[in-house]
Design a protein around this ligand. Structure first.
Ligand code: ZN
Length: 558
């Protein structure tokens, strides 16, 4: 089967995503297994691709790496990156040395779209929603203005309404731009800005903005410091209450080889790391250093800054976000992983942001003008819809227009996609290759007289990270000990040594990064056995490390 070049021209709706994944699985049966982790409320499949060279070992017997995307319905750029990574590793196998090495020795788990129903609604209708189409926390529309495409142009934009109390006015620099009316200003033409929409139970006088009908946020539904709705908006009924997050939890429980992850979101052009809830002093020092080191690698490869959510990405300086996936992945499993906020239209336009959240709250008009100019040149003006008069059925004369959020803010435009995909592919692969990897260093047999033989096997961790991944994983007892088993062939008996035993975890190279020579060869260990048997008999030795893979060897008594 000929695989066409990766299609960057648009974001895949569900059927196209399904067809793409099915086609890739059929084209590369030895490298990719496609399975559904479950079905959504609307009956769609939650697809997961397991990618490894099956001929060099089973997926679970190799160190694993997790990639997911589109936790938030609108953030389809992440799906494109995940699908591109899949495309690259499959098509570059046996072409590129790094990719070949990766699939021979490691396993990738790729879940390209978590909010399957939500993304479909986002891509196929004018609506925007956070994660799920399930009505939550209320089961019916509340009073107030709700978003609707009232002029039938296929978009939900903004309405500006002339109002003597209005907080906005038209900019003199660019009439498209709405700017703040100064606190002491009077006597001009002012506007109120609200989303394009209709008002449920309008009394003809005042209205408020109705809360989102689809208010679930999957990235508040993970167990780490989970809090109910009153404390954390979008949290869901209880941790892992949704079919999508629950499907992940069940998968992770059974696939204990994962060491690291990427979860792709938009936007902000940032690499975020835990915690959301606590400062950096909450991480073990060793883990913090490793996190910073991997983040630095990510910054080099992607040009995105790596920051702590708590220190640099808080929506409100006095509150924190509960129930996020990255906090759960690190704190519960001890995985090193990142939430990547792909794309940022403002940064692309040359705006410098010290802090993304602060910038979103307030920024100079010059920044808006820069973005408008970038829109006019790079997007040929398509990101901003000019204000146009419209007779609103409830409010009378309004104007509809503004940024096309879907086209330019929430996701990368098609022509920016190839570069984003390629940079983040490189970072994910580099990160996956940091996993621990157990291997047999030496296996020896010596004849001790008569039918007596001594067998010695030495193992080593070829990886960067230790076989227990992180100090947090050790602390949480999230990794089971490495088990060694001896299989004796017919007629061979064990004289000394244990047939089944545990060996201590092995360090990797990560503890030498900040401490050049103090750790010796803590990445190797050995065991010896004495057996009795005929020359020519075989003894097999298997060592299984949950996170670092299974290493097998055999010796012939001689
Ligand atoms: Zn997101």
């Amino acid at each position: 089967m000929t695989i066409p070049a990766f299609d960057f021209s648009h974001y895949f709706p569900y059927q196209e995503l399904t067809d793409y994944l099915t086609q890739m699985a059929q084209a590369y049966p030895n490298l990719m297994q496609l399975k559904s982790l479950g079905t959504t409320d609307e009956g769609r499949e939650i697809w997961l691709a397991t990618v490894t060279d099956q001929t060099t070992g089973a997926a679970l017997e190799k160190p694993g790496y997790w990639i997911d995307a589109n936790t938030h319905a609108a953030e389809v750029t992440g799906s494109a990156v995940a699908c591109y990574i899949l495309y690259q590793v499959l098509t570059q196998y046996n072409q590129d040395a790094q990719i070949t090495h990766l699939l021979q020795n490691y396993t990738l788990y790729i879940l390209p779209r978590i909010a399957v129903d939500g993304a479909e609604k986002y891509l196929q209708t004018p609506y925007n929603l956070r994660s799920s189409t399930r009505l939550y926390p209320e089961s019916e529309q509340q009073d107030g203005l709700y978003p609707e495409d009232i002029n039938g142009d296929g978009l939900i934009l903004n309405m500006r309404i002339k109002d003597s109390c209005g907080a906005w006015k038209i900019s003199e620099d660019d009439p498209r731009l709405m700017i703040h009316r100064q606190p002491d200003e009077f006597g001009g033409t002012y506007y109120t800005l609200v989303p394009e929409g209709l008002i449920h139970n309008y009394n003809g006088y005042e209205f408020k903005i109705s809360p989102a009908l689809e208010g679930l946020d999957f990235n508040r539904n993970y167990p780490y410091y989970w809090q109910p709705e009153g404390e954390q908006k979008g949290a869901g009924d209880f941790p892992f209450s949704e079919p999508e997050t629950r499907a992940e939890a069940e998968f992770w429980r059974k696939h204990r080889n994962i060491n690291g992850f990427m979860t792709y979101h938009t936007f902000g052009a940032l690499i975020l790391r835990p915690y959301s809830t606590h400062g950096d002093d909450h991480l073990p020092t060793e883990d913090l250093r490793i996190y910073q080191l991997i983040g630095k690698k990510g910054s080099e490869l992607t040009k995105y800054k790596c920051v702590s959510v708590y220190h640099d990405f808080r929506y409100d300086p006095k509150t924190v976000v509960y129930g996020a996936m990255d906090d759960y992945g690190y704190d519960h499993w001890g995985w090193f992983g990142f939430t990547v906020e792909l794309w940022d239209a403002a940064k692309e336009a040359g705006v410098e942001k010290q802090n993304n959240i602060e910038w979103g709250r307030e920024h100079p008009i010059e920044d808006d003008l820069k973005i408008l100019q970038w829109n006019d040149e790079y997007l040929e003006g398509k990101g901003f819809i000019p204000w146009q008069g419209f007779e609103h059925p409830q409010l009378g004369e309004v104007e509809i227009g503004g940024w096309d959020m879907k086209r330019m803010w929430k996701n990368a435009p098609a022509k920016a996609l190839p570069e984003i995909c390629d940079r983040h592919f490189k970072f994910a692969i580099a990160h996956a290759l940091m996993s621990p990897r157990l291997s047999v260093a030496r296996s020896e047999v010596s004849h001790e007289g008569a039918d007596i033989y001594r067998i010695t096997v030495q193992w080593e961790n070829l990886g960067f990270l230790p076989t227990y991944t992180s100090k947090k994983a050790l602390e949480r007892q999230a990794v089971r000990p490495t088990r060694v088993k001896l299989a004796l062939s017919e007629g061979v008996t064990l004289i000394s040594g244990e047939q089944e035993q545990e060996i201590d975890p092995l360090e990797g190279r990560s503890n030498k990064w900040f401490n050049a020579s103090a750790n010796g060869t803590d990445y190797r260990t050995h065991r010896s056995w004495v057996v009795k048997g005929k020359a020519g008999s075989e003894v097999r030795v298997e060592a299984s490390a949950e996170r670092a893979g299974t290493a097998r060897t055999s010796v012939i008594l001689s």
